[in-house]
Design a protein around this ligand. Structure first.
Ligand SMILES: *Cc1c(COP(=O)(O)O)cnc(C)c1O
Length: 386
């Protein structure tokens, strides 16, 4: 095998390249028509009223938390089995993440444990749809309603996923849903992200936050100075430059057309692995619960007890065989920065156990049948000899 097979990879085709080049030849490289067009297509794909693009999924999380009014001293509930940004974006605003343990099979936040960490300062619940498998949104929305909390989905893994006849991003069970368009995600714009919402108020706050906190005279929601002319702009909040460019949005538009095909491609890989690894004695397979269609961002295997202590060796051997396996994730609260903030190492024992067993194996739409077979044979061979 002369080629490294990564755990995830973008699919860029000639039409994507043409779309980007056309934009490079146009009048607008940024803040032009492609941004609006991509946002409208995203909102329509998901079935939400509004989509606001951001320069990354991280910036989009920051924007969503800001729009929800998260600020100094507030608390935001999430699980530590996630990329750092879910929690970091709360810290950006002076808020404090409160970590809740996961369901041992899906890796998603355990909705039954959320109430135990709600305090008078809790403002937001931010469930992560781990590996593209939607969290228990109906139950989470129920807890949020009982305690008057705002639900913001970190849906960075889950563009294209379905939950109980709803599409992730339609915000049926949440105030906002956040996506990332990093190359390993469902579709890519290089770097990029978006927030979906049905609320006009959140939409307006998101737009302003992304452009330095500034509104223009022609914005419908500006509070205009009566002596001001067309030059007028007004800064009402401390915002950022978090815009996505037209070049990137042109790529996003082209990619979005292929999203359903990409998800089918990922499902095909998952089905092959599910068949090949059925009833194996080395590791547990990812689950797909009734009423849910995963976006299959990751294919996460979990080593059984007898193999758990050999994970480092197994991982190294797989890498030697050119398999780009990865681990998702080192629990956020165990990171030195969070340790220094005072989070106990004993929080969320199921997350720690999941981390100790978990390995992500290659899954992406363009992986060939030959590579899938290579992955399967080598994983079984390495484990047989462990
Ligand atoms: C990718 C990702 C993010 C951040 O997205 P970027 O576009 O890389 O900033 C946040 N949360 C989760 C769960 C992610 O997977």
């Amino acid at each position: 095998m002369d080629r490294f097979i990564p755990y995830g990879h973008q699919s860029i085709e000639e039409d994507d390249i043409r779309a980007v080049v056309e934009t490079l030849r146009s009048d607008f490289l940024t803040q032009g028509p492609k941004v609006k067009e991509f946002e409208e297509l995203l909102a329509s794909y998901c079935g939400a009223k509004y989509a606001v693009t951001f320069s990354s999924g991280t910036a989009a999380l920051h924007g969503a938390y800001f729009a929800a009014g998260v600020g100094d001293g507030d608390e935001l509930i999430t699980s530590p089995l996630t990329f750092l940004a879910t929690a970091n974006a709360a810290l950006y605003l002076g808020a404090k993440p409160a970590f809740v343990d996961i369901e041992p099979d899906t890796g998603n936040i355990d909705a039954g444990l959320i109430e135990s960490v709600v305090t008078g300062k809790t403002k937001v619940i931010a469930p992560v749809h781990f590996a593209g498998h939607p969290a228990e949104m109906e139950r989470i929305a129920g807890v949020a309603k009982n305690h008057n909390l705002i639900v913001i989905e970190d849906a960075c893994h889950a563009l294209g996923a379905k939950y109980k006849n709803t599409t992730i991003g339609d915000c049926k069970y949440s105030a906002m849903a956040v996506f990332s368009f990093h190359p390993v995600k469902s579709i890519t714009t290089g770097e990029g992200g978006a927030v979906l919402t049905n609320s006009k108020e959140y939409y307006e706050r998101l737009v302003v936050f992304r452009q330095h906190g500034v509104t223009k005279a022609d914005d419908a929601f500006v509070n205009k100075d009566e002596n001001a002319g067309q030059w007028y702009y007004q800064m009402q909040h401390l915002g950022y430059n978090y815009r996505l460019t037209d070049i990137q949005c042109a790529l996003g538009i082209s990619q979005l057309k292929k999203l359903d095909k990409f998800i089918r491609g990922r499902k095909r890989v998952a089905d092959s692995y599910n068949r090949a690894f059925k009833d194996n004695s080395f590791f547990d397979l990812p689950v797909e619960k009734d009423g849910v269609e995963s976006a299959w961002h990751l294919y996460a295997i979990r080593l059984k007890d007898a193999y758990k202590s050999s994970k480092k060796k197994i991982f190294e051997e797989l890498r030697l065989r050119q398999l780009g396996v990865q681990v998702h994730y080192i629990p956020v609260h165990l990171q030195p920065y969070y340790q220094q903030l005072g989070y106990s190492r004993d929080l969320c024992p199921r997350v720690k156990d999941f981390y100790e067993r978990q390995i992500s194996i290659p899954i992406y739409p363009a992986i060939t049948d030959e590579d899938i077979e290579y992955v399967i044979n080598n994983i079984l061979d390495v484990l047989k000899h462990s």
